[in-house]
Write a protein that binds this ligand. Structure first.
Ligand code: PNW
Length: 483
């Protein structure tokens, strides 16, 4: 395998898809418009006078995309995007979260308008069903800790396929279950969890069942006529062994990746959690039944093979090394410690910028799971002061997209799509508006929420149009012909 730090000129395979992403709570606003129901993020951001959020802000208005979606479509069109990854707000489509209580015609109408506006410009809608917002009534019944949520999610997914699937061919069940199953806000709790972890493993079990239910409903009831694809989006950063020559560090890297990515990808491909996870969590649950649940024979068959592709969100890398497990929490269960390197560049919000890690991660996922990979998020966060001349973000995109090209050309990774996070600056969860990931700037002080392209939007427009980085010294070049 050729490992090299040099920039690789070349273009992506024919049909490679380029797009940008957002999520409903982060951009829509209209939090109580029409008959929309309240959800966990409405509740969490309003609770305690807003003190759960860094700048005491919320998504009540956000980018006001509930009213300004046509401007978002215009930005996508101007950038030449092939697709737009956005999410549905469950409680906008199904106000109580339970289909038996009714579906919102206003919610359905909003997403129909957005989908039709995209298609009119030749942009494929790429829908995430769940990007962290649980309808409040379902949360009050236990949310992801109660298996009742599985059927409510399945019913909601069917409503979405039925309403939009004639025009939508790309579906994601969940965004980053690792993040929401480990987050305090997912459980409405302000204080840190009590260790060792119990809730994350119960949450994951229900998420995996809910994904499988939705995929099987799609597969049997809708795919024959709609012909789309459905995956899940998992977040993962590359775990670089701190000491490359130490077998213990290399083993720690495998544990790190299986406790973050395999946790979800393994059951959905094989029907069971990764063997290393089963072994370690079982061994550390000696006081009682394993904290990590087991799929029974029926569920094992049911969850196995329910991915048409794997969605990957990746931003960064870290060093990993072995621990004795006394560090607690999920890293303690995995017997790992993570560190960063003082020599790595940092984004404007302090995340490590390590382009080579992106290639290694794509190649690891390809070799481990042999499924098409869709990069569903990648991007660079900064503070307000960065302004429109976002050179740090431009350098990031050029370097990361180039490492993705190397993964395809040198390592034969089957990467089919790339999605930049985000189309526009937006509500960055507990950081509120203090962190900006947009390639288009949004002025949150102006009631009109005007959007203005940053340098990175102009740069991505060119990369999309060129399908990569054609060699300036050759009249034509492609990934297939570049050595
Ligand atoms: C993603 N991390 O979350 C989410 O899908 C987006 O909604 C979010 O806006 C975006 O990344 C930027 O944060 C992540 O700590 C949150 O490694 C945290 C991490 C990674 C992704």
């Amino acid at each position: 395998r050729k490992v090299d730090d040099e920039f690789l000129y070349g273009t992506f395979p024919d049909g490679f898809m380029w797009g940008l992403a957002t999520s409903s709570y982060q951009i829509e606003g209209g939090w109580n418009a029409d008959d929309k129901g309240e959800n966990t993020w409405d509740f969490w951001s309003h609770q305690n006078d807003g003190a759960n959020i860094a700048d005491r802000s919320n998504g009540d208005v956000a980018c006001d995309s509930y009213h300004k979606y046509q401007e978002d479509v215009k930005l996508l069109k101007n950038m030449g995007a092939n697709f737009y990854r956005f999410s549905l707000s469950w409680s906008r489509v199904v106000p109580s979260g339970k289909v038996a209580n009714g579906v919102s015609s206003a919610g359905i109408a909003y997403y129909n308008k957005l989908i039709d506006a995209l298609l009119a410009e030749g942009i494929e809608p790429f829908i995430t069903l769940y990007h962290w917002e649980t309808p409040l009534g379902i949360q009050e019944e236990g949310g992801w800790l109660s298996d009742g949520i599985v059927e409510h999610f399945a019913d909601y997914a069917r409503v979405a396929f039925d309403a939009f699937g004639d025009r939508v061919k790309f579906w994601l069940s969940f965004n980053e279950p690792y993040i929401f199953c480990l987050a305090n806000w997912n459980y409405g709790e302000r204080s840190p969890f009590i260790e060792p972890p119990v809730k994350p493993y119960i949450c994951s079990h229900n998420v995996i069942k809910a994904h499988a239910r939705a995929w099987r409903i799609y597969d049997t009831e809708f795919r024959p006529t709609q012909n789309g694809k459905m995956g899940i989006t998992l977040n993962c950063d590359w775990a670089e062994p701190k000491d490359q020559s130490d077998a213990e560090h290399i083993a720690a890297k495998e544990r790190a990746l299986h406790f973050k990515f395999g946790w979800w990808a393994h059951p959905l491909t094989t029907g069971a959690y990764p063997p290393i996870m089963r072994e370690l969590v079982d061994a550390k649950s000696i006081e009682r039944e394993s904290r990590l649940p087991t799929f029974d024979a029926v569920w094992t068959e049911y969850v196995k093979g329910t991915l048409d592709f794997i969605g990957l969100n990746s931003y960064s890398s870290y060093y990993v090394l072995p621990s004795d497990g006394s560090n607690g929490w999920v890293n303690g269960d995995a017997n790992i410690l993570s560190e960063s390197d003082g020599s790595w560049n940092r984004s404007g919000i302090g995340w490590s910028v390590v382009p080579y890690g992106f290639r290694k991660l794509l190649t690891w996922i390809h070799e481990e799971y042999k499924l098409p990979i869709y990069v569903t998020e990648n991007g660079y966060g900064a503070r307000e002061a960065e302004g429109l001349d976002d050179t740090g973000r431009q350098n990031y995109y050029r370097a990361y997209i180039n490492e993705m090209l190397k993964a395809i050309v040198y390592d034969k990774a089957d990467v089919r799509a790339y999605t930049a996070w985000s189309l526009i600056d937006n509500f960055e969860w507990t950081q509120g508006y203090t962190a900006r990931f947009g390639v288009n700037y949004v002025d949150f002080n102006d009631p009109e929420r005007p959007r203005t392209p940053k340098g990175s939007a102009i740069q991505l427009t060119k990369i999309f149009a060129d399908n990569g980085f054609p060699d300036p010294l050759q009249s034509s070049s492609s990934a297939q012909t570049t050595p």
